[in-house]
Design a protein around this ligand. Structure first.
Ligand SMILES: Nc1nc2c(ncn2[C@@H]2O[C@H](COP(=O)(O)OP(=O)(O)OP(=O)(O)O)[C@@H](O)[C@H]2O)c(=O)[nH]1
Ligand SMILES: [Mg+2]
Length: 197
């Protein structure tokens, strides 16, 4: 097993101008309920660092986690999810604006880890997000979440289907499960590499 990612909660914000100066950020992006906040907890090996919920819409602000040492300015950023159809329209619109402003305008944002629910596959909204990230030229790493929810007998086929729909190669998607811990050490390395460059 690898060591937990040394991160601590720094602050929440609803607008970019509320955030202090920083060096480099990696943002966690994906549908509501895809497992963004759970993944932050798994990376840090903590249960309640980031708020999670069975109900979509748990994360409603930009939540910043700073990597050691304190004041490093290296941030892992948990965002609200997109595509939560049951939220009030005005609320959804507010989240969308917040996410878009952050992704478009934070000058120190170096990349995104883009989460796709492995049991659900890329949704139309996931594909739209990918197109948009391509358009704004922001690099991303695909993460397929909740691997444990796909029966092991179906995993091979599901993986093929997913890479085909994403139009990438198998090596481009990292499969993770916070239930079994699979893929978590690899993702920790990806993140540490990102910040060490
Ligand atoms: N089985 C399984 N469930 C998971 C996994 N990861 C997350 N979940 C569950 O999925 C639900 C949503 O997780 P969150 O981490 O709150 O999802 P989120 O993407 O942060 O959601 P929002 O904040 O609403 O955008 C919770 O009930 C988690 O327990 C996983 O790897 N396996
Ligand atoms: Mg969340």
């Amino acid at each position: 097993m690898s060591s937990p990612l040394p991160i601590r909660f720094l602050q929440s914000a609803s607008r970019l101008d509320q955030l202090p100066n920083r060096q480099l950020e990696l943002a966690v992006v994906g549908r509501s309920n895809v497992g963004k906040s759970s993944l932050i907890n798994a990376l840090a090996n903590r249960k309640k660092l980031a708020k999670t919920s069975k109900t979509p819409g748990a994360t409603q602000l930009i939540n910043v986690y700073e990597l050691d040492p304190e004041g490093s300015g290296n941030w892992l950023v948990d965002l609200p999810g997109y595509g939560f159809a049951k939220a009030p329209k005005a609320e959804m619109e507010r989240w969308r604006k917040m996410i878009e402003e952050y992704l478009l305008e934070s000058k120190t944002l170096g990349g995104v880890i883009l989460l796709i629910d492995s049991a659900v596959g890329p949704t139309a909204l996931d594909l739209q997000t990918i197109e948009w990230l391509d358009h704004i030229d922001l690099p991303y790493q695909f993460i397929a979440t909740k691997e444990d929810k796909v029966r092991s007998s179906k995993r091979g086929a599901r993986k093929n289907d997913l890479v085909e729909k994403l139009e990438v190669e198998k090596k481009d998607v990292l499969w993770v499960s916070v239930m079994t811990g699979s893929g978590i050490p690899q993702l920790r390395s990806v993140i540490l590499d990102f910040f060490s460059n």
